[in-house]
Design a protein around this ligand. Structure first.
Ligand SMILES: Cc1ncc(COP(=O)(O)O)c(C=O)c1O
Length: 429
């Protein structure tokens, strides 16, 4: 790790001997930046620098940081009831949230199972799908079909449904239970190939799992809504369940509140997390349609879904999520996303002419510059910081997923910086 900066706070110096960082070779990783405050689309560092945040904390902080409405809801909930176990006890925030989510999602996606992270919500979706068949007395339908380029989490079951080579978990192949991986049917030929694959494996498949519209951590790769309609058709033709992982796309990120509704597809199961609490507390939800839930309903105890995380339905997190939904109702979030999309298009357009840039694409509040190869990441990161922005490139993409409340000037600072820094790096290379 780089030597300490003398302005570094003591807690960072001391804690670095004890913290294990995410996705990092600890020996060579850049030192994390100490953040002491956040507001709107800005982060304040310990040395007083203020950065415009281009990532919204892994796509969570859709209303910006420290939104007063969420803060107030949390204060009230903390004073009254921070948490109670979900087994045998109930509290208003979770029940209200479940009712609201069921009303927001299309069709009869009406049954909500709460967890605390995106990965676990996908695990629950997979478990629901497999047990759905068991409960209906159909043996052998235990596998999930997912897609190359996909990412669904880092836990053991979800590692198996990520891209097998690029999904960060390749070395675990052979350790976890193998699943079926196909190519997203982006054209007629791919759809025909996928149909053949499904036909050959239908007897062992429980469900098809996909990130609708955008494969996020797999490289911010977009696809048409027709892909989702084709997957619905394929699932119906072979009697499979269809699971949409809307952990990244849910709550406005692609320009619509939910990708599934916009695509006109009602999946059988949906997972939500990330922006669910407006970027304040960990919470996730797995929503199931009535016919999925019905397979668990009955007098037999062993038909129950045996799952129940300790912090399931945490009252503080649910209060934050309810407050976040209030904001989607009371503030013009989707209009803000449309404006962000236009500014991203305009601001990132100059990158198209740069040598080594293979694509510039925008969907809702997601702007992506894809390159043949990433220029030296450390130098890139340093250049971004010098210009007062927080952007975290990965693989071969530099991307922006700002808070929806970001001011035009802040967004222009982000896009202008991306264009300037990439221009320097790519023209120099
Ligand atoms: C589409 C998708 N699914 C699942 C996950 C995993 O969520 P978590 O990191 O909360 O476990 C992510 C996280 O980036 C994601 O983007």
């Amino acid at each position: 790790m780089a030597p300490p900066d003398c302005a570094e706070p003591r807690w960072l110096k001391a804690g670095l001997d004890h913290i294990w960082l995410p996705y990092a070779q600890m020996k060579t990783a850049a030192r994390p930046l100490p953040v002491v405050a956040s507001e709107g689309a800005r982060l304040t560092l310990a040395d007083g620098r203020v950065l415009v945040d281009g990532i919204a904390s892994w796509w969570t902080a859709c209303h910006g940081y420290n939104h007063p409405h969420i803060a107030e809801a949390l204060r009230e909930q903390l004073a009254r009831l921070p948490h109670v176990m979900f087994g045998g006890l109930a509290h208003e925030q979770a029940y209200r949230l479940a009712t609201r989510l069921a009303a927001l999602l299309p069709g009869d996606l009406e049954r909500v199972f709460f967890t605390e992270s995106g990965s676990v919500s996908v695990e629950v979706a997979m478990k629901m799908a497999v047990q759905y068949w068991m409960n209906r007395g159909v043996a052998g339908r235990t596998k999930i079909l997912s897609f190359r380029g996909g990412y669904h989490g880092d836990t053991f079951a979800t590692m198996a449904v990520c891209d097998p080579e690029e999904g960060m978990h390749a070395k675990f192949a052979g350790v976890f239970a193998p699943q079926l991986i196909g190519d997203l049917p982006r054209d007629g030929a791919a759809l025909a190939g996928l149909r053949q694959l499904v036909e050959a494996h239908a007897h062992e498949l429980a469900a098809i799992l996909v990130e609708p519209r955008v494969q996020g951590a797999g490289g911010m790769v977009f696809h048409e809504d027709q892909v989702l309609r084709d997957l619905r058709q394929l699932a119906d033709d072979f009697g499979l369940l269809l699971i949409f992982d809307e952990i990244f796309t849910g709550f406005g990120r692609t320009g619509a509140m939910f990708a599934c509704a916009e695509a006109g597809v009602t999946p059988d199961i949906v997972t939500l997390s990330k922006a669910l609490t407006g970027g304040t507390l960990p919470l996730a939800a797995t929503l199931a349609r009535k016919h999925v839930f019905d397979a668990f309903w009955g007098d037999e105890a062993d038909k129950a879904l045996m799952h129940g995380p300790t912090y399931m339905g945490n009252a503080l997190a649910c209060a934050a999520a309810n407050a976040s939904l209030d904001l989607f109702e009371s503030e013009p979030r989707l209009a803000q996303v449309a404006r962000i999309a236009a500014l991203l298009e305009e601001g990132l357009a100059p990158c198209r002419a740069l040598p080594g840039v293979t694509d510039v694409r925008v969907m809702g509040a997601i702007g992506v510059v894809e390159m043949e190869a990433m220029p030296e990441p450390r130098a890139l990161q340093a250049a971004f910081l010098d210009r007062g922005v927080w952007i975290r490139p990965f693989r071969n993409v530099v991307y922006l997923t700002p808070a929806f409340v970001i001011a035009d000037g802040e967004l222009e600072q982000l896009t202008g910086t991306v264009a300037a820094v990439l221009s320097e790096a790519l023209l120099r290379a």
